[in-house]
Design a protein around this ligand. Structure first.
Ligand SMILES: *[C@@H]1O[C@H](CO)[C@@H](O)[C@H](O)[C@H]1NC(C)=O
Ligand SMILES: *[C@@H]1O[C@H](CO)[C@@H](O)[C@H](O)[C@H]1NC(C)=O
Ligand SMILES: *[C@@H]1O[C@H](CO)[C@@H](O)[C@H](O)[C@H]1NC(C)=O
Ligand SMILES: *[C@@H]1O[C@H](CO)[C@@H](O)[C@H](O)[C@H]1NC(C)=O
Ligand SMILES: *[C@@H]1O[C@H](CO)[C@@H](O)[C@H](O)[C@H]1NC(C)=O
Ligand SMILES: *[C@@H]1O[C@H](CO)[C@@H](O)[C@H](O)[C@H]1NC(C)=O
Ligand SMILES: *[C@@H]1O[C@H](CO)[C@@H](O)[C@H](O)[C@H]1NC(C)=O
Length: 604
C-alpha cells in the first residue's frame, strides 16, 4: 500500500504542499517518502511526483522509481498473478522494468491488463513525454483527481482533504473505466487526456468523456479512436435464464436451518459448483495471505502478533474468509478477527414514552438480561457465535476476537479529525456509516478475552481481508429479492451486472482510503479475478435461489460452500448490512435515508 501523488502544472509558481493532504498520504505509506520533479526546457509544464511507501514485501523499494531511461513510476498495487514476481523481488521494481521495455502504447496497455491484482498508478513516459495513469479493472485502489483552472494544475492523489468551505475545484474519483494518457507536449490552459477503455459491460463510453460530473471541469477527455481496448481480466456475466423454474423441495421455512442446506447439498446437483467455488476462493485467499512483508519462517514462534486480520461480523462472507485463511496461515500464527460495535443508546426514558406513546404501543418491553452490555449489538453476538464455530473448526489456532467498542464521543471526534477526509469525495449517509465502521474496525484497537480476563489489544496485522463483493455477485442484498420479484431472473441478472460495474465508485475507493489510513492494506478475495471469472460463468440460478427463504436463498452457492467447509449456523444467517449490524446507523438520526447527503461529513 502506498500513497501516491502527482501534480502537473503549466503555471511557473512554486509548488507548496497542502500539509493536510501530505499528512494523509504519509499515513498510507509511513516507511518511505520522497518527492521528485521533472521539467524539460522544451516542455511548457512541469510534474511533481510524490510517493509514500508502506513496506509490504521483499526489500523496501523506494519510490518514485526512475529507470535509466528517465521514466518515472508511482505504483500503489499488488501483483497476485499474471506477471511473475518471486518472493525475493519487489513488484514495483518489476513493473518499472517491464514498462521500460514497452515501446508502443499497445504494449503498455497489454502489459498493464495482464496484471492480476489491485492497483493504481501514475507513469511518466520520457519517450514522447506522456503521463499515464489509471486504476485496475475493478477499481480496488483509490485514485482521485482535480483540476485548478486558474493555475492550469491537474492533481492526482490516493487521498485528499475535505474542505469545509465552498469546494470550487473539488476532487473526484478517477473513474475505473480505463487507462488515461496525457500528451505533455500539448498541455495549454486545458488538459486533454485520452482514454483507453477497459472492455467492460454496463456503461456508455462516450458519455463518460462528456460527463462533467466525472471529468474535472476545465479538462477534456477524448476516447482513443484507434480501437485499442484493454482486454477484460474476467469473462462476461452469464445472462442465461432458466426455461422453467422448478418447484423447490423445501417449504418456505421462517427459520432456515443447516438441514435445509444439507438437503440442498444432497438433492441438487450443485456439488461440482460448490467444490469449484471453494477451490477458487481458497486460492484467492492463499495469494492474499501469503504475500507478506517478510518470510513466514522468520516469524518468531511465541509472538501473539497476527499478520492477517479479517473484518469480522460472524456473517457468512467473513466466516468463509476466516475458514479459508485458516488453511493457508501457518498453524502457530494467530488470526485477528476485528469486530466493531457502536454503543447502543440508553433505554428511552419515561418522558420519551409519554411524549410518543404510539411508537411504543406494540413493543414488548423485555427486561435486559443481567449480562447485557451496551455493546452487545447484532454483529457482536453473531461474531461471538462465529468465533465458537471457528474454534471448533480448528481448536489449535489462536483466534484473536477483537472487541472494538465505539462511543458516540469518539465517533464524532474521529469523524471530524480523520474519517471525513477519507470518505471524501463521497458524501452520503451510507458512506459516512460504512466509512466510520470500517475505519474503527481496521484500526483494530479493542479488547480480547482470555478465559474470564479481558485485556486491551491492538491488532498489528498489516493486511486486512474484507468480504466485499460477495453480495454484489451472489445476490445477497434485499434489493435483489425486490428485483427478482418484480422482473424475474432477467431483472436480477441486470441488477447484478450493474452493481459489479459500479462497485469501484460505490465502495472500493472509499474502503481503500479508510483502511489505508492506518498504514494497513485492504485485500478483497471475493474480487479476485479468478473468483469473479468463475462466478460470472455460472448462470444466476446456480448462485442464488430467491424463491427460497432469507438465510438460504440469497448467496445460496456460498452457503453451500460454507457447509462444505464445515461451518455451522453461520451458513444460514441472513444478510445484515454493516451499518445496522454494528448499530452505527442507530446512533444517528434514524429518519435520514442512506442515499441522502450526510451533513455530519460536511460540518466536520
Ligand atoms: C513502517 O512504519 C510503521 C509505522 O511507522 C512502523 O511501525 C514499521 O515498523 C515500519 N516498518 C518497517 C519495515 O520499517
Ligand atoms: C528491490 O529493491 C531494492 C532496493 O531498492 C533493490 O536493491 C533491489 O535490487 C530490488 N530488487 C529487484 C529484484 O529489483
Ligand atoms: C488543505 O486543503 C484543504 C482542502 O482543500 C483545505 O481545507 C485546507 O485549508 C488546506 N490546508 C492548508 C494548510 O492549506
Ligand atoms: C489513439 O492511440 C494511438 C496509439 O497510442 C495514437 O497513435 C493515436 O493518435 C490516438 N488517437 C487519438 C485520437 O488520440
Ligand atoms: C429443473 O429440474 C430438471 C430435472 O431435475 C433439471 O434438469 C433442470 O436443470 C432444473 N432447472 C433448474 C432451473 O434448476
Ligand atoms: C466492549 O464491550 C464488551 C461487551 O460487548 C465489554 O465486555 C468490554 O469490556 C468492552 N470493552 C471496552 C474496552 O469498553
Ligand atoms: C451460462 O450458463 C448456461 C447454463 O449452465 C450454460 O449452458 C452456458 O454455457 C453458460 N454461458 C456462458 C457464456 O458461460
Amino acid at each position: 500500500m502506498c500513497g501516491i501523488f502527482c501534480l502537473l502544472t503549466a503555471s511557473p509558481t512554486q509548488f507548496e504542499w497542502n500539509k493536510t493532504v501530505y499528512e494523509h498520504l504519509k499515513r498510507r505509506g509511513p516507511n518511505w517518502s520522497h518527492d521528485l520533479s521533472v521539467r524539460h526546457s522544451d516542455l511548457c509544464c512541469q510534474c511533481l511526483f510524490s510517493a509514500h511507501v508502506l513496506h509490504m514485501r521483499g526489500v523496501l523499494t523506494p519510490q518514485p522509481i526512475e529507470d535509466r531511461a528517465g521514466n518515472i513510476l508511482l505504483w500503489n498495487g499488488e501483483v497476485f498473478g499474471g506477471v511473475t514476481v518471486t518472493p525475493e523481488e519487489n513488484d514495483t521494481a518489476i513493473i518499472s522494468q517491464r514498462l521500460m521495455s514497452c515501446s508502443s502504447p499497445s504494449e503498455i496497455l497489454s502489459f498493464l491488463s495482464s496484471i492480476r491484482g489491485p492497483w493504481a498508478f501514475v507513469y511518466y513516459q520520457k519517450d514522447g513525454d506522456y503521463l499515464w495513469f489509471g486504476r485496475d479493472f475493478f477499481g480496488r485502489r483509490s485514485l482521485l483527481w482535480k483540476f485548478d483552472v486558474g493555475f492550469t494544475t491537474l492533481t492526482l492523489s490516493s487521498v485528499a482533504a475535505h474542505t469545509s468551505g465552498p469546494d470550487q475545484f473539488g476532487w473526484k474519483e478517477v473513474p475505473a473505466v480505463g487507462i488515461y494518457r496525457i500528451d505533455l507536449k500539448a498541455v495549454t490552459e486545458v488538459v486533454t487526456f485520452e482514454l483507453y477503455p477497459w472492455e467492460k459491460e454496463g456503461y456508455d463510453l462516450t458519455s463518460i468523456c462528456s460527463d462533467t460530473t466525472q471529468v474535472p471541469s476545465g479538462c477534456s477527455a477524448v476516447l482513443n479512436q484507434s480501437g485499442l481496448l484493454l482486454p477484460s481480466p474476467v469473462s462476461t456475466l452469464n445472462t442465461s435464464t432458466p426455461d422453467s423454474i422448478n418447484e423447490t423441495e423445501i417449504q418456505a421455512n421462517l427459520h432456515p436451518s443447516i438441514k435445509d442446506l444439507e438437503q440442498l447439498l444432497a438433492s441438487r446437483e450443485k456439488i461440482s459448483e460448490v467444490n469449484s467455488l471453494v477451490d477458487v476462493l481458497s486460492e484467492a485467499v492463499r495469494r492474499r495471505v501469503q504475500s507478506l512483508p517478510f518470510k513466514v519462517e522468520d516469524y518468531s514462534l511465541d509472538t501473539d502478533q497476527a499478520t492477517i486480520a479479517i473484518l469480522f461480523s460472524g456473517g457468512i462472507d467473513s466466516m468463509i474468509l476466516a475458514a479459508l485463511a485458516d488453511r493457508h496461515i501457518p498453524p502457530h500464527q494467530p488470526i485477528d478477527l476485528l469486530n466493531v460495535a457502536f454503543k447502543l443508546q440508553e433505554p428511552k426514558t419515561e418522558k420519551d414514552f409519554v411524549k410518543n406513546p404510539k411508537k411504543h404501543k406494540n413493543k414488548i418491553t423485555r427486561p435486559a438480561p443481567q449480562t447485557s452490555s451496551p455493546f452487545d449489538v447484532p454483529d457482536r453476538i453473531t461474531g461471538k457465535a462465529g468465533l465458537e464455530e471457528l474454534q471448533a473448526l480448528n481448536p489449535d489456532r489462536r483466534w484473536n476476537f477483537v472487541e472494538i467498542n465505539v462511543t458516540q464521543e469518539e465517533l464524532q471526534k474521529m469523524r471530524r479529525e480523520r474519517i471525513c477526509h477519507l470518505v471524501y469525495p463521497l458524501d452520503t449517509v451510507l458512506d459516512d456509516s460504512i466509512g466510520c465502521a470500517v475505519w474503527f474496525a481496521a484500526r483494530g484497537t479493542g479488547v480480547i478475552r482470555e478465559g474470564d480476563q479481558k485485556r486491551p489489544f491492538m491488532s498489528t496485522a498489516k493486511i486486512i481481508l474484507t468480504g466485499i463483493g460477495a453480495d454484489e455477485q451472489l445476490a445477497g442484498y434485499s434489493r435483489h429479492r425486490v428485483r427478482f420479484k418484480m422482473s424475474g431472473h432477467e431483472g436480477l441478472v441486470q441488477e447484478l451486472a450493474m452493481e459489479l460495474g459500479r462497485i469501484s465508485s460505490r465502495n472500493l475507493g472509499r474502503d481503500d482510503r479508510v483502511i489505508g489510513d492506518h498504514g494497513k492494506e485492504a485485500r478483497f478475495p471475493y474480487l479476485d479475478e479468478d473468483v469473479v471469472n468463475y462466478l460470472n460463468s455460472l448462470p444466476v440460478w446456480v448462485k442464488a435461489d430467491l424463491s427460497l427463504p432469507r438465510g438460504v436463498g440469497e448467496k445460496l452457492l456460498l452457503r453451500l460452500s460454507a457447509r462444505q467447509l464445515g461451518l455451522g449456523q453461520s451458513a444460514v444467517l441472513p444478510k445484515r448490512a454493516m451499518q445496522f449490524g454494528s448499530r452505527i446507523a442507530k446512533m444517528e438520526d434514524s429518519r435520514e435515508k442512506a442515499s441522502d447527503k450526510c451533513t455530519r461529513l460536511l460540518s466536520a
